[in-house]
Design a protein around this ligand. Structure first.
Ligand SMILES: [Zn+2]
Length: 289
């Protein structure tokens, strides 16, 4: 089934809610980066979180970059998102595979680490991009995004992110939700939601049971109270081009570039986000000097 994200609002004007099935895009990220189980979960949760906050915070051609750095074996992870539902990302160490945690789940916090930071840089077409940074709360990623939304965006929200990986490493289900409390939300409604969130199954579990993002939203809020605003296809998509790498090569030290030319082996540039390789011949490199 195709991945998609649902944006909805409750008719009582208390909450805005986003829910996404990102199974295919997390599987694609796993294949592109040859990730092992813990790295798959860290990269997957980061991609889903990036999709959700991008959709919640951005408009038109705005873009944002999420950088998570931790003291665990994964090292760090980077993801780019926009308001149109495409995302791309990479992880410093794709080959992390650890024992499950005490709950029998993939130990995301052990892989990312619990000391570190989450940084979001938003490019909204202004002179200076906006950068917000928070320390890691738990390294489980959803809590870290939630804390970022509250602290840097002053947007109280609840975020859930989950990736279910099969024993042979492929992604069976991946998804998430973001519930944003609207200004003047009713106190009782907030208390009620908090209780429901405590008992809410992981989004990946609901997806494995065959539920759609809409049905997952209806598990949280009465269907009669939900107004779906939009459904949007989401995908892992890289926008790299050979020209962009040409610019990057042209900006390296002229002496280093000359050394590559003298070696007459050409050069290969690899896109970190999607693994695509671009070849440059010695003649093409000479044009850059
Ligand atoms: Zn690329």
């Amino acid at each position: 089934m195709k991945d998609y994200l649902v944006k909805a609002i409750t008719k009582d004007n208390n909450f805005r809610v986003y829910c996404v099935d990102a199974t295919a895009l997390v599987q694609e990220a796993h294949l592109k980066h040859d990730t092992w189980v813990n790295s798959t979960a860290v990269l997957g949760r980061t991609l889903i979180g990036t999709l959700l906050i991008s959709t919640a915070l951005l408009k038109n051609d705005d873009q944002l970059t999420v950088r998570l750095i931790g003291d665990g074996p994964v090292g760090g992870v980077v993801a780019d998102g926009n308001s149109k539902g495409t995302v791309k990302g990479y992880i410093n160490n794709p080959h992390v595979s650890l024992d499950s945690n005490a709950q029998g789940k993939i130990d995301v916090a052990a892989a990312l680490g619990t000391k570190g930071s989450l940084t979001v840089t938003k490019d909204q077409g202004l002179k200076e991009p906006f950068t917000g940074q928070v320390g890691l709360v738990s390294g489980e990623i959803a809590e870290d995004f939630t804390y970022y939304m509250a602290k840097s965006e002053q947007t109280p929200s609840a975020i859930g992110l989950s990736v279910f990986v099969q024993p042979e490493e492929s992604v069976e289900a991946a998804g998430g939700f973001l519930v944003q409390t609207l200004p003047d939300a009713d106190e009782d409604a907030i208390t009620n939601l908090e209780a429901k969130l405590k008992d809410m199954p992981l989004v990946s579990k609901s997806l494995r049971e065959g539920k759609t993002p809409e049905q997952i939203i209806f598990d949280l809020f009465d269907e009669d109270n939900v107004k779906v605003l939009e459904t949007m296809d989401v995908e892992f998509k890289c926008d790299c081009t050979k020209d962009r790498f040409k610019d990057a090569l042209a900006s390296i030290d002229k002496k280093d570039l000359q050394e590559i030319i003298d070696a007459d082996q050409g050069a290969e540039a690899v896109c970190k986000f999607c693994g695509k390789k671009y070849q440059f011949t010695t003649d093409e490199l000479k044009e850059l000097v």
